[in-house]
Write a protein that binds this ligand. Structure first.
Ligand code: ADP
Ligand code: ADP
Length: 228
């Protein structure tokens, strides 16, 4: 599903963010990415959704070699990857329905299908009653559920979640985790960077610890392993 072969990322200013990473993630895995601030977690995730290119090495996602990808093929890869952020990143002037539908419009899905599928994912995240609301009228947890609905609406093979519970209170965070687990059970690979020790140590999954741009630990049903 995802494979990295000796991947390096050096930014323009000379920062070596990722240094020689080798990794395989199978279809249907749930992977936590942990590690200190500045360790390279965001860079690691950005390379998977092709926001950043590796300086050296190969990355394969769902059969595509990301380093060799032609510009015009990027949308085809992005369609296979849903991304969720700590700060939700919804479009403020669009309704909940429109925010989700937009992700299908950009890949030119048929109008009828857009309506049907958008309603379906709204149901899944339990926000059908908020379809016509604006993001500002929702709580943080509800906004993150909209972001999750948007991320899954095109049936991606992978969800990349960068600190999805970072702005939420503990109770709301558990709700978001339940939802991510359900999406994982339905067949989507999940890669989630997090500083949430409680969650990692309670909902046990594979843990990848990144330190100074390298894999420091890779454990099935691992622990958070840091004090913060
Ligand atoms: P984390 O997500 O673990 O906090 P990042 O991937 O954001 O780590 O950062 C890894 C290293 O790369 C840090 O030293 C950070 O300052 C640096 N970095 C991240 N993005 C850039 C960039 N666009 N240009 C230069 N350095 C960057
Ligand atoms: P987050 O922790 O929310 O993932 P980051 O702090 O890693 O976000 O990065 C926020 C933005 O700033 C990103 O676009 C990243 O590429 C950029 N960035 C991070 N560190 C640096 C840096 N040292 N120099 C330049 N840009 C950076």
């Amino acid at each position: 599903m995802i494979e990295m072969q000796d991947v390096w990322k050096t930014y323009a200013d000379g920062t070596h963010a990722i240094r020689g990473m080798n990794l395989k993630v199978d279809r249907n895995e749930f992977l936590y990415v942990v590690g200190p601030s500045g360790a390279g977690k965001s860079t690691f995730m950005k390379m998977i959704y092709r926001e950043e290119k590796p300086t050296k090495g190969q990355i394969f996602v769902n059969g595509f070699n990301l380093g060799k990808l032609k510009q015009r093929k990027i949308p085809f890869v992005r369609r296979n990857i849903g991304v969720i952020f700590q700060d939700f990143r919804l479009l403020p002037k669009l309704t909940v329905f429109e925010n989700i539908a937009f992700a299908m419009e950009v890949i030119e899905s048929p109008k009828k299908l857009i309506k049907k599928r958008t309603m379906e994912v709204l149901e899944l995240v339990k926000l059908s009653s908020k379809a016509e609301s604006l993001p500002t009228q929702l709580s943080g947890g509800e906004q993150q559920r909209v972001a999750i609905a948007r991320a899954i609406v095109n049936n991606p093979a992978v969800i990349i979640a960068d600190e999805p519970t970072g702005n939420l209170d503990p109770e709301t965070s558990w709700g978001i985790m339940k939802l991510l687990e359900e999406i994982n059970y339905r067949g989507t690979t999940i890669i989630m960077a997090t500083h949430n020790k409680e969650i990692v140590n309670t909902i046990r999954k594979r843990v990848l610890a990144i330190e100074k741009g390298q894999i420091a630990r890779d454990e099935a049903k691992g622990e958070y392993g840091y004090e913060d």
